[in-house]
Design a protein around this ligand. Structure first.
Ligand code: ZN
Length: 412
């Protein structure tokens, strides 16, 4: 039997396994039931003959990075199938899901139902569906005795919905990976293969004024007025950004963007009859796949300092909220060509390449490990929303595509 045939015959098992994963409410934040789901995933991979490490993040490290979450321990699962090959292909997916609100039409968030070929539940699309497809691809290869061209390495990770630092970030730093290539199970879906994504730099700017009585504003320095002038100065920066574009492989154009004041605030002690002594605003700078976040941050800080200098009495401090690498790999690399063929063969339609405006964990492999990395998985609809769902056929197709890639891509 071929892996394809095997997968066609095991729709029901595959769906049942995904339902089992959905029922484990791995809501993040705060990061519930990570122990339970990683135990299940570790056992499942062991059952497929992989060498498995289920790694608990050291408490001391968690205490340093997320002290408020010590009641919710973090785990990652790593699996390795040594086929005796020279090179290793890595599959990654995160198992945490975003919190739930609202009334579901089909089943409920953690009580997944299948209706008209779709499976509903929190995490079906993002991204326990991908975990299921990865596991069933390996199962199909095992059960049919088809040997992959690679050793297969798998990581199932936590915290992607917050910052990935103890998840894929930890795994790529400390997991002793052997990956030569990586497939992250999201970013691309259907006929689209993801070969990169935007990054972000998030900053917070505090403007310091001097408080005074509201009846004598000339005795103070009004932080709101200084902040407003600073925000207006961004017009020049936006014009500069508008000229910075990235041509995607499908012929589209992406722009670098900046969004100001997603969060803005006065300082403490704000009153109608007081000259405001403090004001602050956030900056969300989307970094193009070909830009470097460190260069972007330096440039942004320099712009802010120079702009503040031109405004009399405007004193600022800049804090970093967080950042995330962008990444891009030109699809001319053979990994992408092989994936394009696998997707086209299984779906019987030509496949294309795209670059995602959002971000996922691809950059940890592409930028930190510096290996060719693509994003592709079953995907679905209504990510992070009510009635999140995945198409059963897409779950099966993705499993076929992963298995096909493992047996047709010769490596390089
Ligand atoms: Zn995701």
């Amino acid at each position: 039997m071929t892996p394809d045939r095997y997968l066609d015959r095991h729709h029901a098992d595959l769906t049942g396994f995904l339902q089992q994963l959905i029922r484990l409410r791995t809501v993040n934040p705060p990061g519930e039931n990570y122990g339970e789901i990683t135990a299940l995933l570790a056992t499942t991979l062991q059952g497929l003959g992989l060498k498995v490490r289920r790694i608990a993040i050291p408490r001391a490290l968690q205490k340093k990075t997320q002290p408020e979450l010590l009641d919710f321990p973090r785990y990652n699962v790593l699996g390795f199938w040594d086929t005796g090959a020279k090179q290793t292909l890595h599959f990654n997916a995160h198992y945490d899901v975003v919190p739930v609100s609202g009334q579901w039409k089909h089943g409920s968030a953690f009580n997944p139902v299948v209706a008209k070929g779709w499976i509903y539940g929190r995490g079906t699309a993002d991204m326990k569906g991908a975990i299921t497809s990865i596991i069933y691809a390996l199962k199909a290869l095992r059960e049919t005795g088809v040997r992959p061209n690679f050793n297969v390495e798998v990581s199932f990770t936590n915290d992607e919905e917050t910052d990935s630092l103890l998840g894929t970030g930890w795994v790529t730093d400390h997991g002793k990976l052997r990956a030569d290539y990586a497939v992250v199970g999201e970013g691309g879906e259907g006929d689209a293969i993801c070969c990169g994504h935007n990054g972000v730099v998030w900053l917070n700017v505090r403007v310091h004024g001097v408080a005074a009585h509201g009846s004598t504003p000339e005795k103070g320095v009004n932080a709101l007025e200084k902040m407003s002038a600073l925000v207006l100065a961004f017009d020049a920066y936006k014009r500069r950004l508008a000229r910075r574009t990235f041509r995607t492989p499908d012929g589209g154009r992406m722009h670098a963007t900046v969004n100001l004041g997603g969060v803005f605030a006065s300082g403490e002690g704000g009153k109608v009859n007081t000259v405001p002594a403090a004001a602050s605003f956030s900056i969300d700078r989307r970094v193009l796949p070909v830009e470097d976040i460190h260069t972007v941050e330096r440039e942004l800080r320099a712009f802010l300092q120079a702009a503040a200098k031109k405004i009399p009495g405007c004193r600022i401090t800049i804090e970093k909220i967080s950042d995330n690498y962008s990444c891009y790999h030109a699809p001319t690399h053979p990994l992408f060509g092989a994936m394009q063929k696998s997707v086209a063969r299984v779906r019987r339609k030509p496949a294309k390449f795209m670059v995602s405006t959002g971000f996922n964990d691809m950059h940890f492999f592409a930028q930190v490990r510096k290996i060719p990395t693509l994003g592709y998985g079953p995907g679905g609809l209504d990510y992070h929303a009510v009635d999140e769902r995945a198409r059963v056929q897409d779950l099966v197709d993705s499993a076929k595509i992963y298995a096909d890639l493992l047996t047709t891509f010769p490596g390089s």
